[in-house]
Design a protein around this ligand. Structure first.
Ligand SMILES: [Zn+2]
Length: 231
């Protein structure tokens, strides 16, 4: 039995066949355009949802870090008070003590480098993290680690300020008071309080810069989610 479809096509003149093919192509093109349109709309919706989540996350971080900054600034140059600041101090202390060990080795046995290494390491670790995140253009993460730099500077400031008075309790009896030793070696013991306030000021600036960076990152994401005129 002959194939109707073949017979139908065979029955057309060349012009009719061409018109048929052209019509079929136009229908296909329209379907492809519709398909692309639906896919790009879906992609835009997914992109908008992702950006919304990113913005909400950054705004939540901004509120949390803002409250934390107020806590640190209100505490001032004093031993940390309250559960949150004490918790942060304990984390800082881990990096501080590790710094004594690391810089004790790196400093080739220099007691000055080993003692300085404690405060240096607790600031250096988040500072290096910040530099890496900035290099990768991960500004939200960079803002969090920059805030941590500021909080660590505020933590160190307490110790620096206490260099002369030596009222801060040490981890054990007989240990060296880091900043009494460091400032004593540098002949700056009489300036302990001023240097402590300066260190605290640097910490406050770093925390404010971190909040500004996080806010800027959230704002640029809001702008990037808005439809552009060319689209
Ligand atoms: Zn120490």
């Amino acid at each position: 039995m002959p194939d109707r479809r073949v017979r139908g096509i065979a029955g057309l003149r060349v012009g009719d066949a061409s018109a048929g093919v052209a019509l079929t192509c136009r229908v296909s093109e329209r379907r492809i355009r519709e398909c692309h349109g639906r896919r790009s709309l879906a992609a835009r919706r997914v992109r908008a949802a992702v950006v919304s989540a990113e913005v909400v996350g950054r705004l939540a971080g901004l509120v949390a870090l803002g409250l934390l900054a107020l806590l640190v600034l209100a505490n001032g140059i004093a031993m940390p008070s309250g559960a949150i600041l004490n918790f942060l101090h304990m984390i800082d202390l881990v990096f501080h003590e590790a710094g004594h060990v690391i810089f004790g080795v790196v400093g080739l046995g220099s007691q000055f480098i080993a003692v300085l290494g404690g405060s240096l390491n607790q600031v250096l670790v988040p500072a290096v993290c910040t530099a890496v995140f900035l290099r990768r253009k991960q500004y939200g993460s960079a803002a969090v680690t920059l805030f941590w730099v500021g909080q660590n500077l505020a933590d160190v400031a307490v110790y620096v300020t206490d260099g002369r008075a030596m009222r801060v309790p040490l981890l054990a009896d007989g240990l060296i008071h880091d900043w009494n030793f460091i400032l004593g070696r540098l002949g700056l013991l009489s300036r302990a309080e001023a240097l402590g306030r300066f260190t605290f000021g640097l910490g406050a600036l770093a925390m404010i810069a971190a909040l500004a960076l996080l806010g800027w990152d959230a704002w640029t994401r809001v702008l990037s989610s808005e439809p552009r005129s060319s689209e």
